[in-house]
Design a protein around this ligand. Sequence first.
Ligand code: ZN
Length: 250
Amino acid sequence: MRASLICLMSSLFFCLNAHSIELCGNLSQGELVVVKDGKDIFLFALSRDETSPYHYQNISFDVQKTQWDEQSIKGVAQNKVTPSKKDEAEILREQKDIGAALKTKSEMPSDLKKGFILPVEGVITGHFGYRRIFNGIKKNPHSGTDIAAPEGTPVKASSDGKVLLAGGNYFYSGNVVILDHGYNLQTIYAHLKQVAVQKGDDVKQGDIIGYVGKTGRATGAHLHWGASVNNVRFRPHSLLDINNKPCRSF
Ligand SMILES: [Zn+2]
């Protein structure tokens, strides 16, 4: 049982502190938070539009607002901006498959020791959370981070994981790989030219899982890198310092 800080004021001042929980990370919209509760570690994410106060068990804190800018993208194939009736069935298939993968309860052992690496090196051409305007039409905020790299560049597994989804040739995401890393944490790799793994495969950090492409809704070759924990999307770069985040005790 977790006891919070109980302070009693009397002639003597004394505090009983069975133990405290540490929350590690930037307590801002779109960020991953590592919970250290004694020897146990849990993860949660603050969604792009998270409101204050945020409650975790019996802790509550204010979530810092993040400034989400807009990004205008022109030259997108118009059928990918205003899909036809026929495309809607394809979009439903994509939502169902990816939605199911992100709701998967992790089967991987939970271990963060190795941390996470960038799946490809390159220039960031699309930030997580930005509202996007395709050919002048407002669309959903960006659910991941786009990293530009030449077509065919190998894409590496960001950490050890199990493949939950591979391929798909989806309307928006093209060919996708989704990895389970334990803790109900998944990473997502989209627009791949080709996948190099199959559903159910175990991969090690750095293994090649596919190749950069421009399948789905993409104006050029890039990797869309995404991350989700307990079905909440967050800025994937906040995985890179997962073991070095500043902590606050509660
Ligand atoms: Zn993207």
